[in-house]
Design a protein around this ligand. Structure first.
Ligand code: FAD
Length: 385
């Protein structure tokens, strides 16, 4: 293999470059990214960057040392065997890493709606979050909650509109979501409310009501960025389908990060998680695969969110679980554990209890059974349950 093209210069893209070099690949690598920035981390955008304590979050990778040919501001437009068509012309490859991430979903209407995906989005939005500004945030998921945190801290008048019955209902279910509702103090939180369109000066609800806003932020989820692969013959279904080695249906093509829907040996289902940990670690396996080795990506998915002064951490895959148990106090630090029917742990969500997260993740990795009676006692360490 002489030339590897990496399409997408986010975390998964740059980690792919690093992993290829770490595995001894000394051929040519071209990294193409449609943003003009060098690779950066996205989690700080809705935290440190939005709150003003940082202006950027560039990844600590030296592209010169990695001897990568970096093409910023260049898009992959289409794919045929051995060739990526880019906005700058054709690029032949022997190996291809698809790392084009995900794009935010926007809502109908002619009004200005902010999304939060890129560094430029974050800097633009930050400038609008000023004291007294009327800010409407559509969606009380992870991004909506973090933007609401920053907007409230900046002294904005914040309204959050959520289609579901509680915040985070779609992500972790309404029972857990209800436990976070109290965090929205001072925010006009409207649940079970559908937005019809974003219009000049505000948001029109599905029932016709109009909510005025200086700033509208849409945080209703993302879609994998795979439009450019249409017609390539690659298997797509909610992202680029890969096996457990991150191998796609096309020869010498792997996919990583937010755009990859990989087969999970552990959970016996296809997973596509839009979280930093997958972008960090799936490239390691993809690089081995591309170079002809044998490695399996089989993580216990992990992510975190910082919202309203709380650290929320999650590990596992809760749809597999069938019983929900709690540790700790609703008003304070607590954890939720999803148990399978055989008393193994499917997932853990920890609020300001990082130790539960670390120990829970290990229990899930090991497939150990837990004692439900001991588990609900927050004074018993999770690893001793
Ligand atoms: P991306 O980061 O989306 O990178 C893909 C890159 O490819 C982009 O730069 C894109 O412009 C480029 N690209 C797209 N199409 C093309 C094309 N056709 N040609 C060339 N380039 C292209 N996860 C957590 O676990 N915890 C958090 O707290 C957390 N906070 C987050 C906060 C924000 C604001 C955001 C947006 C995400 C957050 N995430 C968090 C999720 C995490 O950042 C993502 O899972 C991660 O960035 C995915 O990395 P990626 O490289 O797969 O995709």
């Amino acid at each position: 293999m002489n030339h590897v093209v990496v399409a997408g210069a986010g975390l998964a893209g740059v980690r792919s470059v690093e992993a290829l070099r770490a595995r001894g690949f000394d051929g040519r690598i071209t990294l193409i990214g449609q943003e003009r920035h060098r690779p950066y981390d996205r989690p700080p955008l809705s935290k440190a960057v939005l709150s003003g304590s940082s202006d950027s979050s560039f990844v600590d990778a030296d592209l010169a040392v990695l001897e990568v040919d970096f093409w910023p501001g260049v898009s992959a437009k289409s794919l045929r065997p051995g060739v990526v068509e880019t906005s700058e012309g054709e690029l032949g490859y022997d190996g291809l890493v698809i790392a084009t991430g995900a794009d935010p979903i926007t809502l109908p209407g002619d009004g200005q709606q902010h999304v939060l995906r890129t560094l430029d989005d974050a800097l633009e939005l930050r400038a609008r979050l000023v004291k007294g500004a009327r800010v409407v945030i559509i969606g009380a998921g992870w991004i909506g909650a973090e933007v609401a945190t920053a907007a409230r801290r900046a002294g904005c008048q914040v309204t959050v509109i959520e289609a579901g019955p509680t915040p985070l209902a779609q992500a972790v279910g309404p029972e857990i979501g209800a436990r976070t509702q109290g965090w929205y103090e001072g925010i006009d939180l409207r649940l079970d409310t559908l937005v019809g369109s974003v219009d000049e000066g505000g948001v029109t609800l599905a029932d016709g009501d109009f909510i005025e806003a200086h700033v509208v932020v849409t945080g209703v989820g993302v879609r994998p960025t795979v439009g450019w692969l249409a017609g390539s013959g690659i298997d797509l279904d909610n992202g680029v389908i890969t096996d457990e080695h991150m191998r796609t249906s096309l020869p010498n093509v792997v996919a990583v990060g937010d755009c990859a829907a990989w087969w999970s040996r552990r959970f016996q289902t296809r997973l596509r998680v839009e979280h930093w940990d997958a972008a960090l670690n799936s490239p390691e396996v993809a690089a081995v695969t591309l170079l002809g080795g044998d490695s399996v990506y089989d993580p216990v998915p992990y992510f975190w969110s910082e919202q309203f002064g709380h650290m929320v951490q999650y590990a596992g895959h809760h749809p597999a679980g069938d019983r929900l148990l709690y540790r700790g106090e609703l008003e304070g630090k607590w954890s939720a554990c999803w148990l399978n029917s055989d008393d193994t742990l499917a997932a853990v969500l920890a609020v300001d209890r990082p130790r539960d997260l670390v120990q829970g993740r290990r229990i899930i990795e090991g497939g150990h059974r837990v004692d439900a009676e001991r588990l609900v006692d927050p004074d018993v360490s999770l690893r001793d349950c």
